[in-house]
Design a protein around this ligand. Structure first.
Ligand code: PAF
Length: 273
């Protein structure tokens, strides 16, 4: 695996590889969920480029950015073992050589719903960094985890509007045995917290069987609160625009989506149903 910091070196190395590039953008603190994205790229026969860049533009909270786990050495050895071709670790100057420009991507209502409303500016930050990274890496395919479901819908719009030749691949969420969705943020939970957090997925599963969504969503929120999990949102939504629905029959493609806090750590999860 080649570790590359500069965009020009990356371009040269990829040119010499003369293969289709599969790109896995990450913010590091890698876990099995990221490795699953890499494996999907490898299964497609791609030259696998993984980036690690903690993008300051997508954090609406300075404390969250400061606390975001960073573990480049461990990430690098994990990727090396998993057979990645390139680890791209650009500096902020490399990603944003001049002041970042508005992405100009039209998200419609998707921008203001759920994550968009609780994390103002977050998706615009994601759009700006991906616009820049896609331009630098020039991938044929880009791989994203379904755990960040709304991000997947946002990236879909970016690709439709600005990178129409790029194929987006969405990979199902990887879970611990307890059902807890793997996330870099889980590192900040205590062993007890890790155990408790598995209730989120259990509630999503039981909600997916509910006959009456409204009362079931309320009951799940209460159950989670009893365990110390403070719900920010727990909703059924139609895809791809994530508009809230009251009845499962309202949409073919739909998901239950959750965001909340446990031990001061923000956790998200979702379940297609
Ligand atoms: O999902 C993430 O880790 C980030 O939002 C991404 C896509 C790498 C952009 O910084």
């Amino acid at each position: 695996m080649k570790v590359i910091q500069s965009a020009s070196e990356l371009a040269q190395f990829c040119l010499e590889a003369n293969r289709e590039i599969g790109f896995v953008p990450t913010m590091g603190a890698l876990h099995e969920g990221h490795l699953e994205l890499l494996r999907a790229a490898q299964a497609a026969g791609d030259f696998a480029v993984v980036s690690v860049f903690v993008n300051p533009l997508q954090f609406n909270n300075a404390q969250d950015l400061a606390k975001y786990p960073r573990s480049l050495e461990a990430d690098s050895s994990m990727l090396e073992k998993a057979g990645a071709d390139v680890l791209f670790v650009p500096s902020a100057e490399e990603v944003y050589p001049s002041s970042p420009m508005a992405s100009g991507v039209e998200l419609g209502e998707l921008a203001n719903r759920l994550e968009g409303s609780f994390r103002p500016g977050h998706f615009e930050g994601v759009l700006q960094v991906l616009t820049r990274l896609f331009s630098l890496v020039q991938p044929t395919r880009a791989y994203f985890g379904q755990k960040d479901l709304q991000q997947c819908m946002v990236v879909r719009k970016l690709i439709e509007q600005k990178f129409s030749a790029l194929q987006m691949v969405t990979v199902p969420t990887v879970r611990a045995q307890s059902g807890l969705a793997l996330s870099s943020r889980n590192q900040r939970l205590s062993p007890q917290g890790l155990d408790t957090a598995s209730a989120i997925y259990q509630q999503l599963k039981s909600l997916s069987q509910a006959l009456e969504l409204g009362p079931a969503l309320e009951a799940s929120t209460e159950q989670l609160a009893l365990l110390g999990i403070e719900t920010e949102y727990l909703q059924a939504v139609a895809l791809p625009d994530m508009n809230p629905i009251d009845h499962a029959e309202e949409s073919e493609e739909k998901a239950l989506v959750f965001a909340g806090y446990l031990e001061g750590v923000r956790l998200i999860d979702n379940l297609l149903f």
